[in-house]
Design a protein. Structure first.
Length: 276
């Protein structure tokens, strides 16, 4: 076989292999990601999680840019001077493969109000690209499902009287939450720290990082000036963040909080003169 014939055979084989790699691109994975099956590409906005083969600075820039656009297209170069996303495919320079359960795609990135920049070839899981928002939503649901319950209590449990402090306890710990897990095919670590807000029902409010406790712990205590039944509302707000595949931390999207209301009856307190 002549050298020219050999090069043509290699080129044809490369094209055939690449067609097998990029066919069957999946559809949408989140509100900010959608598939374009006709062009074998994904188009999206928001922080895209690129594989570690991309430099850490570029990975961080792309992941943290919530308003940026990105595309994942055929690994073949498209030759068109006016449009980098259309034209004649040229696959001769593509010699890279991907591990099992991943496909080779060409990544593009566009900063807000900036031009498109080619990132290069990346391996993307066959379930499609994953964004920071994808992972953040799943982290939110996981945290909400595993929050320690509020168990507010008070002392005295009965017989509280005006002018004397009532001691409150949220029934939760100040240690917070942490953990590691796999979400959307990504290694994720989670951290969440609680803070408490007590609305004592008489207009007084206390915001604190202390969960309260049983007497003699009076870190959360409140005296009522008059008798009555007060509706005390306890709100626990969790400041939650996550890291994904070595990137982060990112804030967990959405509200991560708990609330409960309890009734606190308070009797009339009277001063009594004791003679000894």
């Amino acid at each position: 076989m002549s050298p020219l014939t050999w090069r043509r055979a290699v080129a044809l084989l490369t094209v055939v292999l690449l067609v097998g790699l990029v066919s069957g691109t999946a559809g949408a994975r989140a509100a900010d990601v959608h598939g374009d099956d006709e062009a074998d590409r994904y188009i999206g906005t928001g922080g895209l999680i690129l594989p570690p083969s991309v430099g850490v600075d570029l990975r961080t820039e792309v992941a943290r840019c919530a308003g940026c656009g990105w595309r994942l297209s055929s690994p073949c170069q498209l030759v068109d001077a006016g449009n980098p996303f259309s034209g004649t495919p040229v696959c001769l320079s593509v010699v890279r493969g991907c591990p099992a359960m991943a496909e080779l795609l060409r990544a593009w990135f566009r900063p807000v109000d900036g031009p498109w920049r080619e990132i290069g070839l990346v391996c993307i899981g066959i379930d499609g690209p994953v964004t920071v928002l994808d992972v953040g939503r799943r982290v939110h649901d996981r945290i909400v499902a595993t929050l320690p319950p509020q168990r507010p209590s008070r002392q005295p449990a009965t017989g509280a009287v005006s002018q004397l402090p009532v001691v409150f306890d949220s029934g939760q710990s100040s240690e917070g939450l942490s953990g590691a897990l796999m979400l959307a095919g990504q290694a994720v670590t989670i951290a969440a720290q609680p803070a408490w807000r007590w609305d004592f029902g008489d207009g007084a409010v206390l915001a604190t990082s202390d969960p309260g406790g049983a007497f003699p712990d009076d870190s959360v205590a409140h005296p009522y000036r008059a008798a009555g039944t007060y509706r005390v509302r306890l709100t626990t707000t969790w400041a939650a963040t996550f890291d994904v595949d070595g990137l982060g931390p990112f804030p967990v999207p959405g509200d991560v909080s708990q609330a409960v209301t309890v009734a606190v009856p308070v009797g009339e307190g009277r001063a009594v003169l004791a003679v000894r």
